[in-house]
Design a protein around this ligand. Structure first.
Ligand code: SF4
Length: 259
């Protein structure tokens, strides 16, 4: 299985070369979000460990020709902060690929200082915030039993206070949290991100996406925040994945989702 996949057309990051430090056949995650495109979480992970060695990553990079991409993005088959070598992998990817580095995280482990230190090496961190209360968090993100919403929000705040790069909050709206947009916007405001990305599942998912007009109404509730973007407004970049099979494993859907 390849560790590096794509590039994919990311509405947030343009042409994004994916790096999957988990590289597992099944999802490795702290959450089991109702909308997850990777299927159900059969087993929760909450303790970071090494899934892929830096030697394996180095040998995969060695076979690479220069890639036409805007970002190298740590994402893949689950939650990338579960990889204990994420920080060193970020440094390695930056030195070899000569691209800015992004990490897409569900924020769940940002209460840990070691995880915040690893994330801080990225140029862009896109962090999930789908709720404003413990109750809604348990409905939408269905986390591992040891995780608490207020601890995660505390971790996000601590990260915001020290992080020098660009922090984007990504909020995935589905029917379950649509009615709580005001409260989520208020919480987002208190974290003071550089950008807010309002999403709804346009790729294959068990739950239906919200309509463009509903997303536009939600956007209005985030009006006091800087740089608010929605998935319906974002331009799509044309890309050609290096390996379509490996790319579709992490980004399931018809091929035209990728181009
Ligand atoms: S955090 Fe991401 S990978 Fe994990 S369950 Fe949610 S959507 Fe799926």
């Amino acid at each position: 299985m390849a560790i590096v996949y794509g590039p994919v057309a990311s509405w947030r990051l343009g042409r994004s070369l994916g790096i999957d430090l988990l590289n597992a056949k099944r999802k490795v995650c702290t959450f089991d979000c109702v909308y997850c495109q990777l299927g159900e979480t059969s087993r929760f992970f909450v303790e970071p460990k090494e899934f892929i060695s830096l030697d394996q990553l180095t040998s995969e990079f060695e076979s690479f020709r220069p890639i036409d991409a805007d970002y190298a993005t740590f994402s893949g088959m689950g939650e990338p902060t579960l990889a204990s070598n994420l920080g060193k992998a970020i440094e390695l990817a930056r030195s070899v690929l000569d691209l800015p580095i992004a990490v897409l995280t569900n924020s769940s482990l940002m209460f840990r200082e070691d995880v915040r230190e690893r994330l801080a090496r990225a140029d862009v961190v896109v962090a999930k915030l789908d709720a404003q209360s413990e109750e809604l968090f348990s409905v939408v993100n269905r986390p591992a039993s040891s995780l608490r919403f207020h601890t995660i929000v505390d971790g996000l705040r601590q990260f915001r206070n020290t992080y020098q790069g660009k922090l984007a909050l990504q909020v995935m709206f589905v029917q379950a949290n649509e009615g709580y947009a005001e409260g989520i916007a208020e919480l987002a405001r208190s974290i003071s991100p550089d950008e807010v990305q309002i999403n709804t599942p346009l790729r294959p998912s068990k739950v239906k996406p919200l309509l463009p007009e509903n997303v536009a109404n939600i956007r209005a509730k985030f009006s006091n925040l800087r740089n608010v973007v929605t998935v319906y407004e974002a331009p799509r970049r044309e890309v050609r994945p290096l390996d379509l099979v490996e790319t579709l494993r992490r980004r399931p859907g018809p091929k035209d989702y990728l181009v």
